[in-house]
Design a protein around this ligand. Sequence first.
Ligand code: SF4
Length: 197
Amino acid sequence: MSKLPLVEDFYTLQGEGFHAGQAVWFIRLGGCDAGCAWCDAKFTWDAGRFHLVEAEEIAARTSAARAVVVTGGEPLRYPLGPLTDELHARGKEVYLETAGTYPLSGSFDWICLSPKRRRPPLDEIWARADELKVIVAELDDLAWAEQCAARVATDCLLYLQPEWGRMNDITPAIVEYIKANPRWRISLQIHKFMDIP
Ligand code: SF4
């Protein structure tokens, strides 16, 4: 299938994780069944709401950007090979944001794995992550983060990101945790501070 349910696509700055601050084209695909209570993209969950668009057409719209982020929803619900082939043919760096709950497809220059406790990633994807980004809403999410870190490759970058709605409450604990465990870094959703998409 080379048609994908496109929620939205836009040129902006990446707000999170390793590529924060970098200009990127976002491609957001519809559909997710992880059911995270604090999800900030609930509007994406029902893939049936969105038009199916050819991968070639989606890729052709990215001309302004050097790098592209494929996100969702959960983008790995779909075979992503046709889209990443089209993007690479246009010389783009292609990054993936995923919870890893469906088989990996496509070819990516960077994989950000953001595992969710309600629906953990498939075994196969842990070792493929370049970046592990764990959302911290409660203190016991730090223990979950360590369980996740034990499953990724030794050179995978480790990020703790305060859940936006709990940021004022939870960030001080994250700061202290990283000071005591400096292999972790903090990731803030800086696009939300800037009020950009
Ligand atoms: S995995 Fe991501 S898109 Fe899906 S419900 Fe959780 S936060 Fe939302």
